[in-house]
Structures are given as structure tokens and as C-alpha cells.
Design a protein around this ligand. Structure first.
Ligand SMILES: Nc1nc2c(ncn2[C@@H]2O[C@H](COP(=O)(O)OP(=O)(O)OP(=O)(O)O)[C@@H](O)[C@H]2O)c(=O)[nH]1
Length: 450
């Protein structure tokens, strides 16, 4: 037993023993150094350990080295090194100064695995946090980019979404040093993303494997894409691109990104569902026009602005004449088509800043904002009436339809939402009573009797 040399024991240690001079130059390292730092012991001798330290950790490492040389025993100092292959090694050091030899004796314990697991967990937690707190998908993608940037080099990062119905790819988030954001395009036009989406497998292209051939201009050396997998299949991909040879992506990065992508896919699905629900709560599903609730919100805001700016606004209440006959004679489905066609015609009569809402079966309300004068509102009402002139083409069948329109104005007919809506409704009713296919403006409110 006595004959087992300490050298043989050192060879077996998983931790690396390092002896460096006061300038941090390596005098001796044990075999485990190669596993941790990537340099063979004979390569390591003569290197300055400080030069291998991650640039962000150099200052603290230098201060620690000084403290050790003052005689302080260091039991658990942590820092990062850039390995020979470019990867990052996290080390916990136990070190002391040997005065008689004028060297630092240190033991490097590799904690990279643990640190990576910790940062991965932190990333996953941060992404699920972001899924709750981000105000919309754009904000979520920005936060995901930041979080992934803490795990990997992510100067060029895109979130690509895949629409299985249309077979199109869209790029809702795209940060790239050399290329602008691509517009929505067919899946086949982005060969690498298409491969990721179709196979639902990650893909890493490195220069040796052949550079991507679909990018015009500056071609990235590294292309790493992982699928975003939802319950029903791929909903897109996360893509990282590297233009510099010194910042390669490795299989480990591929695994890391894929791991994180599960959480990102869940966050996207969650946000998309919220957006769909929010949309359903505010928009009519048949015509995609704002519903009664959203109209009220917009009316409230518009009234507040009109009050502040002493402006005018107009409400047109539109009810179709004998719409029920279409349902009864042609069927409910044709009635639906007609309502959709009416919505389109109404939209063509107003500006983008105005609101066309469907507030009930065959009832629509147009909110005209910032209209300079009463005449302008009348012009729009007349334009709408004229727009109903030609019959509607419903799946090849011409169907005539006319509206009854009632108009109320702020401030002429009232100041409150309900009052104005009530006046417009009552005016529409007068139009209808007089035979329909006409506009009637609400009567001026009666002043106090006497
Ligand atoms: N196709 C279809 N019909 C609907 C929808 N919502 C409501 N309706 C029908 O729309 C009709 C509206 O009724 P009314 O406004 O009283 O009927 P009208 O024939 O227009 O009569 P007037 O307004 O007096 O001219 C009813 O028959 C409803 O069943 C819908 O989403 N699709």
C-alpha cells in the first residue's frame, strides 16, 4: 500500500490540480485539466491562467489571486473559463499560496453541469413568467430573446410561426445583423425552416456540413433551428444564426435551445389563446366587425376626445329592411353571407379611423369621429345608402337589400353614450316607419317646457 505514489492518485482525480506562478503562468496541471479546460497538460504549461478566464470574470479573479498570495486560504471561489473549444467552463476553486515555493496551488472543481442546469431552470422559469406578464406576443418574443441570450450567443434570432392551414411562414420577431425581416411566405421558400417544421426535429448547419443556401448576400456560417412543438404539431421554429467563425453553435446548444423551445411553444400557445379570447370578446365572429361592447368602449373614448377638443361626432344606426325574408326564402347560410357582404360595403364607405360595428342580428352602428361638420356625417349616410344600391352577389345570386339609417350627433343630440345611441336608434325607427331605404336625423331634443 505504501508504494502507491501520489502521482497515480492525482491521475485519477476528477478535479484538476494546478500550480501557477505569481503571474498566473501554469507550471503544472494534472490530467483532469484536459477534460475541464480542453488543453493537454503539456499544452497548458506556460499558458497564463488569467488569459483563459472569461473576460467578464478577469477583474474578480485577479483580486482573488492577490488575496491568496497575501496568505488567505480560498475555499470556494467561482469563475468562468473559455475552454480550448470555445465552450464555457464554470469552476469552483480551492486555492492556497505556498510561500516557500512562491506558487499558488489550486484545485479546480468543474461545476459547469450544475451551472448550466441552474441557468436552464432560470430560463424556463423566466419564460413562463414572461408568458404571464408580457402584454402581447411581440413583448413576449422580445423577452424570450433576452432570456435565450443569457444561455447562448443570440445576436441573430428569429421566431418563425407556421400556419398549417395556409402552409405559410411568418416572422413576427426577427433580429439580424445583415438581413431585414422576411415577409410572410410559403413554407417551401424557406428551405431550412421548412425542414425543421416538416420533420419536427432540430437542425444545426455548420460550415463543414455546408452553409445554408437560401440566404442571399451575407450567408451565416452557423444556422440552428429548433421546432416549436404544440400539442397538435409544429407551430413554428426558433432560429439562431451565426456569421462569425469564432462563435460556433454546437450540438449542446442545439439541445439547450430545443429544451427551452418547449416552454416557448407553450408560452406562445397560451398568449395566442388569450389573444383569441380577447378578440372573441370584442369582435363579432361572423363579420369580424367590433361588437356592441367594443363599440361602447370606442364611443366612450371618442366622446371624451370630442369633449376635450370641442369636436363633433356622429352615430349612424343601420338596420336592414326585411332581412328576415332572406333567411326565410334563401336560408340562414345565405343570410350570413349577406351580413358579411353588408359589413364589407359599410367598411368601404368610411375612413380607417371610423368604427363599423355589428351590435345585433341585422343591426350595425357606424361611429364617425372627428367629423368637422354635420354635413360630413350626412354625406357619409347618403354614401352608405347609395352603396346599398346594387344588389349583393351571394354565391352568384343577386340579392337586393336596403337599410334604414338613423343619425344622431354629438353634442347636438346628447352628451352621453346611451342617450346618443338611443337617439340614433329612434331615428332609424322613423326611417323604417317611413318605408325604409332612407336616412333620418334625430330630432333636436325638446328644451324644458314653458
Ligand atoms: N342569417 C342570420 N340571421 C340572423 C343572425 N342574427 C339574427 N338573424 C335574424 O335576423 C332577423 C332580424 O330580425 P328583424 O330585424 O326583426 O327582421 P327584419 O326582417 O329585418 O325586419 P325589419 O327590421 O322590420 O325590416 C331575424 O330573423 C333573426 O333570426 C345571423 O347571425 N345570421
Amino acid at each position: 500500500m505504501h508504494s502507491i505514489s501520489s502521482e497515480k492518485v492525482v491521475d485519477l482525480l476528477l478535479d484538476a490540480i494546478c500550480i501557477v506562478d505569481p503571474d498566473s503562468r501554469v507550471l503544472f496541471v494534472s490530467p483532469a485539466f484536459e477534460r475541464i479546460f480542453g488543453y493537454r497538460p503539456d499544452e497548458a504549461v506556460g499558458l497564463r491562467m488569467l488569459d483563459l478566464v472569461h473576460p467578464e470574470d478577469r477583474g474578480t479573479t485577479e483580486r482573488q489571486a492577490q488575496a491568496i498570495m497575501r496568505g488567505e486560504l480560498q475555499l470556494h471561489f467561482e469563475n468562468r473559463y473559455v475552454r480550448k473549444d470555445g465552450g464555457i467552463a464554470h469552476i469552483r476553486w480551492t486555492a492556497r499560496w505556498l510561500e516557500e515555493r512562491q506558487v499558488r496551488l489550486a484545485v479546480a472543481h468543474d461545476i459547469t453541469e450544475r451551472k448550466n442546469t441552474e441557468s436552464m431552470q432560470a430560463a424556463i422559469y423566466a419564460i413562463s413568467e414572461a408568458a404571464h406578464t408580457a402584454k402581447d406576443l411581440g413583448a413576449l418574443f422580445e423577452q424570450v430573446h433576452q432570456i435565450i441570450g443569457q444561455l447562448l450567443a443570440a445576436a441573430n434570432f428569429s421566431v418563425v410561426l407556421y400556419d398549417a392551414d395556409t402552409q405559410q411562414l411568418s416572422y413576427p420577431y426577427h433580429v439580424d445583423e445583415h438581413h431585414p425581416c422576411p415577409g410572410t411566405r410559403p413554407l417551401a421558400d424557406d428551405a431550412l425552416c421548412a425542414q425543421v417544421v416538416r420533420t419536427a426535429q432540430p437542425l444545426l448547419r455548420t460550415p463543414s456540413a455546408g452553409a445554408p443556401d437560401h440566404v442571399v448576400g451575407r450567408v451565416p456560417l452557423y444556422w440552428l433551428g429548433v421546432p416549436l412543438l404544440a400539442r397538435d404539431g409544429p407551430i413554428g421554429a426558433l432560429v439562431l444564426q451565426g456569421y462569425a467563425a469564432h462563435a460556433p453553435y454546437t450540438d449542446r446548444d442545439k439541445e439547450l435551445l430545443q429544451f427551452v423551445s418547449t416552454q416557448v411553444a407553450a408560452a406562445i400557445e397560451r398568449k395566442q389563446m388569450h389573444q383569441r379570447l380577447a378578440h372573441m370578446a370584442q369582435y363579432d365572429q361572423l363579420t369580424q366587425l367590433p361588437n356592441r361592447q367594443l363599440l361602447r368602449d370606442r364611443l366612450k373614448t371618442a366622446l371624451a376626445r370630442a369633449r376635450r377638443e370641442q369636436g363633433l361626432l356622429a352615430l349612424l344606426f343601420i338596420d336592414l329592411d326585411r332581412f328576415k325574408d332572406v333567411n326565410d326564402t334563401l336560408g340562414h347560410a345565405m343570410g350570413d353571407l349577406l351580413l358579411q357582404a353588408v359589413a364589407q360595403r359599410l367598411l368601404q364607405c368610411v375612413r380607417g379611423s371610423d368604427t363599423v360595428a355589428r351590435i345585433g342580428g341585422d343591426e350595425f352602428v357606424v361611429l364617425l369621429e372627428g367629423c368637422q361638420a354635420r354635413e360630413h356625417a350626412c354625406t357619409v349616410a347618403t354614401k352608405i345608402l347609395a352603396a346599398f344600391g346594387p344588389a349583393f352577389d351571394l354565391a352568384g345570386l343577386p340579392v337586393p337589400m336596403q337599410p334604414s339609417i338613423g343619425m344622431a350627433l354629438y353634442p347636438e343630440h346628447g352628451e352621453a353614450e346611451d342617450v346618443l345611441l338611443g337617439h340614433a336608434d329612434a331615428a332609424m325607427y322613423v326611417s323604417k316607419k317611413n318605408g325604409g331605404n332612407r336616412v333620418h336625423t334625430a330630432a333636436p331634443p325638446q328644451g324644458p317646457a314653458g
